[in-house]
Design a protein around this ligand. Structure first.
Ligand SMILES: Cc1cc2nc3c(=O)[nH]c(=O)nc-3n(C[C@H](O)[C@H](O)[C@H](O)COP(=O)(O)OP(=O)(O)OC[C@H]3O[C@@H](n4cnc5c(N)ncnc54)[C@H](O)[C@@H]3O)c2cc1C
Length: 390
């Protein structure tokens, strides 16, 4: 597979890289210290992203996005991974499921999301249902006389920036003895939507991950997103795409960590020598370089395969392979780089410390490492070793 970048792809990657260096990295330390950014700084981050045509990248141009291919999304996320604090999440955008919006939903949710006026969350996980998303307990019941659905359920880790104001609620529509997996668009200010708890997490992130309870929440008949019964398919599409994004961001994080570590280790002198000249320092960085290069190849290859229209099951396995390897490698890399920085590696004002906390979740969200292994193992058996490894 030829992974040579075209000139427009290189230009996109460079544009995203300049945005990260000029507009996100300068805010990192302040964000880590205060846990938030001034409103004008957030507005600036959004505005510049829109001006630089970085908003809504994966969505088709026909609905106001940039129409990036999977490989182009990966190129951009490699750059976004070079910012800590998840500051890229302020960039206006929308979950790919919103491409299925009706014209009315488009006006209410998709278009304002692409302008940075609204933010949506994707609520799948529940207190009792995590990795096993096929057994969700949240329900919808149709109230025919009122032409409304009645939603009930509890959702955890409902991720989005603090101003997030709607969620894509994944539940089962109970109809004629059947449980039809269905997505609903739910505004946070709908009666019965209750924010129960907004916990602190290991990372200091632009996104919050609160817990919501929906108790007899009534939504109109046109709150269904993508059709009754379509939720599992749409959510699966999101998992595959986001696993590629995670692989790419982890790759970008490793690149930045290595750049910082090599810069520091070639300057820092102990025992009359550059610490880089101690193999105990430089060899772990060499191992990290191998990790980063392999993660980049795996992620770009999976994306290019998706763009080529390959068997979706094989693409799914390849995306899992990329996410599994890149997230585990990035964690190893952050740990090694913290060690290279010595005591400075333990200070929150240095990126290595922040990465060590932030990269941990990449082995958990969008399917844990164990779930990625399940996907890969299944594909090895059903599609064959050559399809997965070749
Ligand atoms: C910061 C953060 C943000 C998140 N954002 C979102 C979000 O926006 N929307 C959303 O819906 N969810 C979100 N999640 C939830 C996340 O996707 C889940 O935490 C994850 O899928 C694991 O589910 P769980 O926590 O219930 O763990 P469990 O499923 O209970 O798993 C616990 C442990 O058991 C292991 N395990 C489970 N099943 C198997 C198996 N078959 N074989 C081997 N091992 C197994 C797991 O790998 C894990 O180690 C977020 C989580 C975090 C931490």
């Amino acid at each position: 597979m030829d992974l040579t970048l075209t000139p427009p792809q290189q230009e996109l990657r460079d544009r995203a890289g300049r945005y990260v260096v000029d507009h996100l990295q300068p805010l990192e330390a302040q964000f880590e210290r205060d846990g938030r950014l001034p409103d004008d700084a957030v507005a600036d981050v959004k505005r510049v992203a829109v001006d630089l045509r970085l908003a809504g990248g994966p969505l088709p141009e026909a609905v106001g996005g940039q129409g990036w291919s999977a490989l182009e999304q990966v190129l951009v996320h490699e750059q976004l991974g070079q910012a800590t604090g998840g500051l890229w999440s302020f960039i206006p955008g929308a979950y790919n499921a919103l491409v299925h919006c009706t014209p009315e939903q488009r006006t209410r949710y998709l278009e304002p999301s692409l302008r940075g006026e609204r933010f949506g969350a994707y609520a799948i996980t529940e207190p009792g249902q995590g990795s096993d998303v096929r057994t969700l307990a949240s329900t919808a019941i149709y109230d025919a006389p009122e032409r409304e659905y009645v939603l009930n359920g509890e959702k955890w880790f409902v991720t989005g920036p603090p101003e997030t104001d709607f969620m894509i609620f994944h539940c089962h529509l109970l109809e004629g003895g059947e449980r039809l997996p269905t997505l609903f668009l739910v505004d946070y200010d709908t009666p019965g939507v209750q924010l129960v708890h907004d916990p602190q997490y290991t990372h200091t992130f632009a996104d919050r991950h609160p817990q919501f309870r929906l108790a007899d929440v009534r939504v109109p008949v046109d709150a269904v997103l993508g059709g009754v019964g379509a939720a599992d398919e749409l959510t699966n599409e999101w998992f595959v795409e986001e696993r590629l994004h995670i692989g790419a961001r982890c790759t970008g994080a490793m690149e930045r960590l290595l750049t910082l570590a090599v810069g520091y280790a070639t300057e820092r002198v102990q025992f009359g020598q550059r610490i880089y000249d101690f193999q105990g320092v430089s060899f772990p960085l060499a191992d990290s370089a191998a990790d980063a290069a392999a993660a980049r190849l795996l992620t770009r290859e999976a994306a290019a395969l998706m763009d080529s229209g390959a068997d979706p099951k094989v693409v799914h396995a390849k995306a899992s392979l990329a996410k599994l390897f890149a997230s585990e490698a990035a964690w190893r890399c952050a740990d090694r780089v913290v060690q290279v920085f010595g005591g400075r590696g333990y200070m929150r004002e240095f990126p290595a410390e922040r990465y060590l906390r932030e990269l941990r979740v990449d082995r958990i969200w969008e399917g844990t490492s164990e779930i990625q292994r399940l996907v890969i193992a299944r594909a090895l058996e059903k599609r064959g070793v050559d399809a997965v490894v070749g």
